[in-house]
Design a binder for this molecule. Structure first.
Ligand code: FAD
Length: 396
């Protein structure tokens, strides 16, 4: 058995693990990341890529804790994207510099006043008719339209940008061949790559495995924190129109009826990716029923739109988050220290910077300082994971 010593092991290479790897390396820690499949291949590559500023959580007219925690995320990401932030994301593709919010008919006066209020200043702007996105430049559109201070990123290029500088520290190892060795107090002694006869020892073991974290906690025999899964039934329509659309449709409820993002697909196509309430309430529908519902929703909300050569698909996915009472949405990123581990869920892609802050803070509080330099020569036989394919490619 070869032993490798490092400061931190990160288990799971979605947005949380990759963002963290960049931040801890920057802070001087030696760190290795183990991924059991493709990078970003859980929720991250399937996310809509919206860097929320919290407006979606204010649709009941109240600024909740969730909407306040997330309010400064767009600016942090924008700084990274223009090269002046904590990480260099200048190579990441921005799909849209703004996300929009529209209603089919006019909004009630209560919401109109709220959106114009001081509390939402800088987060929500009204928009002149000539500046509307193409999809809303139609005589048939009679609703309200707002521009949000949010942006939408191309998730494959984001994953690629974060993985590239640290490729030599990101390894592929199957779950079945990864053993967590603990002592009788529950402290992790090492992570053993059983088929490679390699044992990796670290000062701290950080679980950023998304939905896979539950299985890791079970193997580690840790009962708290608990994880919750919130299921979604997403719809993708790939088509030949050039109609970039990034918007939540709002109605009287506290959640968007549907959220549309648009992604380049294949050579000359686009994919509209549909989430929001359609995906939440669609979990009990069959794929055929869900696609029929999506078609009906678009026909009702955007009746003037035609999508040539449209091909439809749906798929199910679970959001993995820290457990809340009554399956509600968590407010902020979550990181909890347990023994010599840290268990982490960002709860939103947009909150990955906040998650990394929390983890760095915990390392500081626990007086974990950079100490080791891993002997990467001992790991040269380990393969490196690929980047996952987005659903608008893999489903068609
Ligand atoms: P994941 O992306 O799931 O990554 C976990 C990784 O761990 C995976 O690569 C997996 O293979 C790996 N893994 C699992 N088990 C192990 C193991 N035992 N060992 C090693 N590796 C392991 N958030 C936003 O801010 N904006 C959005 O627009 C948005 N849209 C979303 C749309 C959908 C459909 C969904 C499902 C979520 C969306 N989210 C969005 C939420 C966001 O995607 C997630 O909060 C975020 O991607 C979670 O990242 P993660 O790294 O924790 O998990």
């Amino acid at each position: 058995m070869q032993t490798v010593q490092t400061d931190l092991i990160i288990l799971g290479g979605g947005i949380a693990g990759l963002w963290l790897l960049n931040r801890v390396r920057q802070a001087g820690y030696d760190a290795l990341l183990l991924e059991c499949d493709n990078l970003g291949g859980g929720q991250s590559i399937r996310s809509q890529g919206i860097i929320h500023g919290g407006t979606k959580y204010a649709l009941n007219g109240v600024l909740t804790q969730a909407s306040n925690t997330i309010a400064n995320m767009p600016q942090r990401w924008r700084d990274c994207l223009n090269g002046s932030g904590e990480l260099d994301l200048t190579a990441t593709k921005v799909l849209s510099d703004a996300h929009y919010m529209w209603s089919k008919g006019s909004l009630g006066s209560k919401m109109t006043t709220f959106f114009a209020s001081k509390a939402l200043k800088g987060r929500v702007d009204s928009i002149a008719e000539q500046d509307r996105p193409r999809v809303f430049k139609n005589k048939g559109f009679r609703g309200s339209l707002y521009k949000l201070n949010e942006l939408v990123l191309d998730t494959p290029s984001l994953i690629h940008t974060l993985a590239k500088p640290h490729q030599d520290r990101i390894f592929l190892n199957s779950k079945d061949n990864t053993r967590i060795n603990t002592d009788n107090q529950g402290q992790i002694q090492s992570i053993e790559l059983t088929d490679r006869k390699i044992s990796i020892q670290a000062q701290r073991y950080i679980l950023t495995a998304g939905e896979g974290t539950q299985a890791l906690l079970d193997r580690w025999k840790i009962n708290e924190p608990q994880m919750q899964r919130r299921p979604l039934h997403m719809v993708v329509v790939r088509h030949g129109a050039d109609l970039p659309t990034f918007a939540h449709c709002i109605s009287t409820g506290s959640k968007p009826v549907v959220t549309i993002t648009t992604h380049p697909a294949g050579e000359n196509e686009q994919a509209w990716y549909l989430g929001g309430d359609l995906a939440e309430t669609g979990v009990n529908r069959s794929p055929e029923q869900q696609i029929a519902e999506a078609k009906k929703t678009l026909q009702q909300l955007l009746p003037w739109i035609e999508l040539p050569n449209a091909r439809w698909a749906s798929f199910r996915i679970e959001r993995a988050e820290p457990k809340q009472s009554s399956l509600t949405r968590p407010d902020s990123a979550f990181a909890q220290a347990v023994h010599n581990g840290i268990i982490a869920w960002p709860t939103k892609l947009a909150l990955s910077p906040d998650l990394a802050d929390q983890i760095l803070q915990q390392l500081k509080q626990q007086a974990v300082v950079p100490k080791y330099i891993a002997d990467l020569q001992r790991l040269t036989d380990l393969p490196h994971p690929d980047i996952a394919q987005p659903v608008w490619e893999s489903l068609f």
